[in-house]
Write a protein that binds this ligand. Structure first.
Ligand code: GLY
Length: 398
């Protein structure tokens, strides 16, 4: 009798496991579903702004589409989304829109007043050049890199991010790591070695000054222009100077993973793994792995998630899982998979035709300024689509 009950228990357990395994959507299906929704949304948005010259999508707030010109740091993300979708599905319509929205960013190449040229030009023209080899795109990337390089100071060993804003001498924000990829690409394409020296100096200075003992990072480090040493460590978009602003941690993770890919320097891989460990083991990372806007926000769990931080983290973790040859690699992949599954659920992924044509819901731009809170953002969409394609490539290579 006892044996019979035990056997029935085992059979019941196996059946429950079977059904629950069976129910889980295969990752390849999640990827295809995500790409399908992304394509529908991007086409919707592309058509919406097609005849509004110079306009590029930023967010959708209070039922209104908000746009920017080429001058904004987010100007290049939408064409980047279109290029990724074209890479996945080479239709003439996607190419036409990718070219159109890329062309709207071109004037940014001459801007020397911003450090964001990597975001603006590499996501747009960089992806365009990678997929089409159009030499005019390379010319824009070269010009943009020249403009960006004017912001480097060899005494400090970093590219300047912002003006003084009344309190800083030479502010460098963690986000600036993301702008190094364009310089690396152009250096390799043209042999301009000074750009490689510049990005290594910036990455080394940031590694030394931006990180805390727990491997989280400050948002802003400002350097004294006479001594070349930090005189202030602050936040701008995070909860507090000493808190871990989630997107900042994401930029750091992505930046050092990318720098290891570009240079092969082991200290960058080591730093990326340390950041990944900080994120993965943080007690305030929710079970769906989409972080709150700041890991130290005082009102957790009653505060906003930042889907953009999750998308940037997921894309970086997928790459890190391929570059890191240690036993940790599968943990990076698993965390990214959980983030992508969450972002691809109805909690975050828009219904086709809704969300103003943006792909993901629930990001936070700058909560301190009550700006872009709990809204879609073009960079959340960009890094989500990039992550989906990175997953698809890995699956295709298996
Ligand atoms: N680079 C600005 C931001 O992450 O909001």
């Amino acid at each position: 009798m006892i044996m019979r009950v035990l056997w029935m228990g085992v059979i019941l357990l196996v059946s429950i496991l079977w059904v629950s395994c069976d129910k889980k959507e295969a990752l390849s299906e999640v990827v295809e579903r995500g790409l399908n929704v992304s394509r529908q949304q991007a086409m919707f948005l592309a058509k919406e702004l097609e005849n509004q010259e110079g306009k590029l999508p930023r967010t959708y707030e209070n039922n209104e589409l908000k746009t920017v010109s080429y001058k904004s740091w987010v100007s290049g993300f939408f064409s980047g989304v279109l290029w990724y979708l074209y890479e996945n599905d080479s239709t003439e319509e996607l190419k036409k829109y990718a070219e159109l929205y890329t062309s709207r960013v071109e004037s940014a190449k001459n801007m020397t007043s911003t450090h964001d040229l990597g975001f603006m030009l590499y996501c747009s023209f960089g992806n365009g050049y990678r997929l089409t080899h159009d030499s005019t795109y390379l010319t824009v990337l070269k010009m943009g890199s020249k403009s960006l390089s004017t912001r480097f100071d060899s005494k400090i060993g970093a590219i300047n991010s912002w003006g003084t804003r009344g309190k800083w001498q030479y502010p460098v924000i963690i986000d600036n790591m993301m702008n190094l990829e364009m310089l690396s690409f152009v250096a390799k394409e043209t042999g301009e070695k000074s750009y490689l020296d510049m990005i290594n100096a910036h990455a080394q200075t940031t590694l030394k000054q931006h990180f805390r003992p727990d491997n989280s990072c400050y948002h802003v480090v400002s350097y004294d222009t006479i001594t070349g040493l930090p005189h202030a460590k602050n936040t701008h978009q995070g909860y507090a100077d000493e808190s871990a602003w989630s997107r900042g941690q994401a930029w750091a993770l992505y930046g050092y993973t990318m720098m290891y890919r570009e240079t092969g320097r082991p200290e960058y891989l080591e730093q990326a793994c340390k950041i990944a460990r900080f994120i993965k083991s943080h007690p305030n990372l929710p079970t769906d792995k989409v972080p709150y806007w700041d890991f130290d926000a005082p009102d957790i769990p009653n505060t906003f998630r930042d889907a953009s931080a999750a998308a940037v983290m997921a894309s970086a973790l997928i790459e890190l899982s391929q570059l890191d040859k240690s036993v940790d690699a599968s943990a990076w992949f698993d965390l990214a998979e959980m983030q992508i599954r969450s972002l691809s659920s109805p909690d975050y992924l828009a219904k086709p035709g809704a969300n103003g044509g943006f792909i993901l819901k629930h990001s936070v731009g700058n909560l301190n300024k009550n700006s872009e809170v709990d809204v879609p953002l073009s960079y959340a969409d960009y890094y989500y689509v990039e992550a989906l394609l990175r997953l698809k490539k890995i699956q295709n290579e298996k």
